[in-house]
Unconditional design. Structure first.
Length: 286
């Protein structure tokens, strides 16, 4: 017992252990050395296999890359289509349709007039009207007076009922119209505020009655309506919303509503087709 205690408390004890009841001993260091010798070949084998697999994998990737590079159509055929279009070609409107000062400035339900826009050259043409102070742009005034005088001389008196309309007034008109017939019906005839050609000072409305109540499709059958359709282009005006073109203009037929675009454009449009729309002539719906 004394020897055992002494042996257990000795710090420089020789690393030998009793493994059996008979006192057989084995050196632990010898066991560790032998184990390491057995493991080393296995580790080397595993490492070599991993390196070989990686090498083969890289070779395959390189071969695929070379094939795709030589046949780029393969990549295009296997690339999934994206739901989001990229690099879509956009055909912007020409400057003559986007310049607010242009006689051909384009206005429709998708192209608005700046809210605070007021033409700087508004004039009162002093023609037969419903009694209100009606203004148009200076470029329009002279041709408008000449056209109304010619119509009167031809026995088809024209009464001017509307010209420039401010954004605030548009809001009132639109609200009243919606209250009367609902928004869906109102939008067929009355633009939302900011989307009215009247704000440009280039659009006018007519009647053949001085009380201004004849702004209906019946106006087309009046002497004034028929004269306008035949001669308005001579003075630079076009019927902005012709019959049968609702899908193109987004508005119902309005034979009383005319837009000034200048004599050159108006005559060119009439020469193609008296019912040609602004959208068709300038190809705005492309």
């Amino acid at each position: 017992m004394t020897n055992d205690r002494t042996r257990n408390n000795t710090t420089d004890y020789d690393p030998m252990l009793d493994l059996t009841a008979t006192g057989e001993r084995i050196d632990i260091n010898l066991l560790n050395t032998a184990a390491q010798r057995k493991l080393q070949p296995s580790r080397r084998f595993n490492l070599n296999m991993i390196l070989k697999i990686l090498l083969v994998f890289n070779c395959v990737l390189l071969a695929i890359a070379l094939l795709v590079h030589a046949n780029p159509q393969w990549a295009a055929a296997t690339t999934p289509a994206s739901d989001t279009p990229t690099d879509v070609a956009v055909n912007p409107l020409p400057a003559e349709l986007t310049d607010i000062n242009s006689l051909t400035f384009f206005v429709d339900p998708s192209h608005s007039v700046p809210t605070d826009y007021i033409p700087a050259d508004l004039e009162t043409p002093y023609v037969s009207s419903t009694g209100e102070v009606i203004q148009v742009r200076a470029a329009v005034a002279e041709d408008l007076k000449a056209m109304i005088n010619a119509a009167n001389e031809a026995g088809a008196p024209l009464i001017l009922t509307a010209g420039y309309v401010s954004f605030d007034t548009q809001e009132d008109y639109f609200s009243d119209r919606v209250a009367m017939v609902g928004e869906a019906e109102a939008l067929k005839v009355t633009p939302k505020p900011g989307f009215s050609e009247h704000q440009t000072g280039l659009a006018v409305d007519f009647s053949d009655k001085d009380d201004g109540t004849a702004t209906t499709t019946a106006f087309a059958e009046s002497a004034a309506g028929k004269w306008l359709k035949e001669h308005a282009h001579e003075y630079g005006f076009i019927m902005r919303y012709p019959e049968g073109k609702e899908e193109i203009t987004s508005y119902s037929y309005q034979p009383w509503h005319y837009r000034y675009v200048g004599k050159d454009v108006a005559n060119a449009m009439y020469a193609v087709d008296p019912n040609l729309t602004f959208e068709e002539y300038f190809n705005t719906n492309k």
